[in-house]
Each structure stands twice: as C-alpha cells, then as structure tokens.
Write a protein that binds this ligand. Structure first.
Ligand SMILES: [Fe+2]
Ligand SMILES: [Fe+2]
Length: 202
C-alpha cells in the first residue's frame, strides 16, 4: 500500500511517541520496510543532482563521480569499492563544508570498515594535490601515516579521484553502475535498524 492510498486506520494513533503502542509500531514498521526498498532509487536520484554542477572544474560533479568509478572498475576493483568511488562526492550538495562525512554516513551501513574510512577521509588525502594553492597545509593527511587504511586511501585519490576530471577520458554512464548500487545497498550490514529492514525479506 502506498502512503497516498493509506487511510487513517492504517496509521498510528499516537500524537506523543511516549504513548505509542506495539500496534502503532507494526503499522509504522510495515511502512518503513516499504520505504527502505526505495533507498537505492533515492540515492541514485540524489547523485543526479550533481549533473550540470561544474563548480569551476572542467567536468561537472556527476561526471567526476562516474569517471572515478570507471577508473576503479577498469582497474579491477570489486563492486563495493566501485560503488564507494561512484558515491564518494554525493555529499557535495548537502555537505558543502563536510562532503566526505555525508558520503561516508550514507555508505556506512553497506560497506566494510576500510571502505567507509576511505570515503570519510578521501577529501583530506585528495587535498595533498591542491590545499597549498589555497593557503592550506597539503600534508594534513600525514596525521594518518601509520593508520592501517592510509595506503588504501592514498591509492584511491591518486589513481581514481585525482585523475577523474578529464572530459576526454573514458566515462561509463550511470546506468552501468546502477545495478551495482542496488546490489550493494540491498541489505545493510551494519545499522541500528538492520533487523527491522531485513524482516522485509521474510
Ligand atoms: Fe571529494
Ligand atoms: Fe572526488
């Protein structure tokens, strides 16, 4: 049942959550499971908001994301990694001052700890290539020199993120990556709400 076709009897009765009942939460849980199924679609739609946003770069932000994913895929990285590459800058619209944190938070339930760390820290690692042009410290990433995921994140920015501003380079279309996004985001591995959402498959 879609939200539009629901009647009042399909909805919870409380006006203060402190008074909610199990019956209320059975109704809400059913809606949540339906809503969760559309998660990959909402992510893909949000990613498309980056289209046409050049921000002074040679390619728009969506193209940059697609090229980062293309480079990672063509270099033999696995599907989860490629999805991280595709979504690493999805936070540009809502997180103008912490875009890497937004992308990392979106991906965290679905990816490994090392891939989550990579996405969360990619901006500081990428900064090595330009922070000094903005009067900033390009070596900020060195604070993580001894971190177990340092090399992994360094590889991401040097081989995939940094070279992905090339309008003449190969850029696979979003449709190519869509099935990957749907598979990686089909089921959360780590989430407070993991058990509720997985009941959808029962
Ligand atoms: Fe970024
Ligand atoms: Fe990027």
């Amino acid at each position: 049942m879609s939200d539009m076709t629901m009647g009042a009897s399909d909805r919870a009765t409380f006006t203060d959550m402190k008074e909610s009942t199990q019956e209320d939460w059975e109704k809400i849980g059913g809606c949540y499971r339906e809503f969760a199924k559309g998660h990959p679609d909402r992510i893909l739609e949000h990613l498309k908001l980056l289209a046409g946003d050049f921000g002074g770069f040679k390619v728009d932000r969506l193209t940059h994301c697609l090229q980062t994913a293309t480079l990672a895929h063509q270099d033999g990285k696995d599907e989860e990694y490629v999805v991280c590459a595709l979504l690493h800058d999805i936070g540009d619209t809502l997180g103008a001052f912490n875009h890497a944190d937004i992308a990392a938070a979106i991906l965290e339930p679905f990816v490994s700890e090392e891939n989550h760390w990579l996405v969360k820290h990619h901006a500081i690692f990428q900064g090595y290539y330009f922070f000094h042009h903005l009067g900033m410290d390009r070596n900020l990433r060195e604070q993580y020199r001894d971190h177990p995921y340092y090399e992994r994140t360094l590889e991401f920015v040097s081989k995939y993120d940094s070279p992905a501003f090339n309008p003449d380079g190969e850029i696979l279309p979003l449709e190519f990556f869509e099935p990957m996004v749907r598979r990686v985001m089909a089921k959360p591995k780590r989430s407070l709400y993991k058990n509720i959402s997985s009941e959808a498959e029962a």
